[in-house]
Design a protein around this ligand. Structure first.
Ligand SMILES: [Cu+2]
Length: 222
């Protein structure tokens, strides 16, 4: 009888432990401008080595528009979302949770690079005659949807520059993440997202309480 209820409890614990997790795995950004003259689509996928990033140039990054034709276009993750009417100024500075500052990024020494300085680490977008380019793909080893606690990727934006000027921007939308109400971040030192953590911690707590009960019942049965 006792063993029977322990089995039932174990089955219950298994069900609780199997509750769906809300791990953040994928994000994307449509980086554009108010008049739609520029459009680059970004994707961000969590992988073991960091963040797998792709860029597809759909429109506008032309040789003709590039002020510095050999340097091309810089682009970064900025700390805050895009403002009304594609106000790229509202996006604040670069994501820089380790306070590296604006010194030039040396891609062979990542400690010299701001976390959000994607073009500093991986190279500028080179302009093309018609302004489109096929998918560029790389893995960034510094970026994470959840770390560091004071500067993860959630709630950010992506901005493309032409010789310094912000020409296009878009919110970095992370699947499964909802910004905590009233948490308008204005610096790189963002608070840790709490949108999904609370739920998963509660689930884990219920799971461990149930397991503790099972262990106690087994010990009584012995
Ligand atoms: Cu920027």
């Amino acid at each position: 009888m006792l063993f029977k209820s322990a089995t039932a409890l174990l089955a219950f614990a298994g069900l609780v432990a199997a509750a769906p997790s809300t791990e953040l795995k994928h994000g994307s950004a449509n980086v554009t401008s108010l008049n739609g003259e520029f459009l680059v689509h970004f994707t961000f996928d969590k992988v073991d080595a960091g963040m797998n990033i792709t860029l597809t140039g759909l429109k506008g990054l032309t040789l003709n528009a590039a002020i510095n034709k050999t340097a091309g276009y810089e682009y970064h993750i900025h700390v805050t979302p895009v403002g009304p009417n594609y106000g790229c100024a509202a996006t604040g500075g670069h994501l820089d949770p380790f306070n590296v500052g604006p010194a030039p990024c040396n891609p062979t020494n990542l400690t010299s690079c701001q976390t959000g300085d994607l073009s500093g680490k991986h190279g500028n977008i080179l302009p093309t005659q018609d302004g489109t380019f096929p998918t560029i793909q790389y893995i960034d080893t510094q970026l994470s949807f959840t770390e560091p606690a004071n500067g993860p990727m959630v709630g950010r934006s992506v901005v493309i520059h032409n010789n310094g000027t912000r020409i296009a921007c878009g919110d970095l939308v992370v699947d499964g993440y909802t910004a905590p109400a009233g948490n308008a971040t204005t610096t790189g030192a963002a608070t840790k997202p709490t949108g999904t953590d609370g739920k998963s911690s509660a689930t884990k707590l219920i799971g461990s309480v149930a397991l503790t009960g099972v262990v106690a019942l087994f010990m009584m049965a012995l």
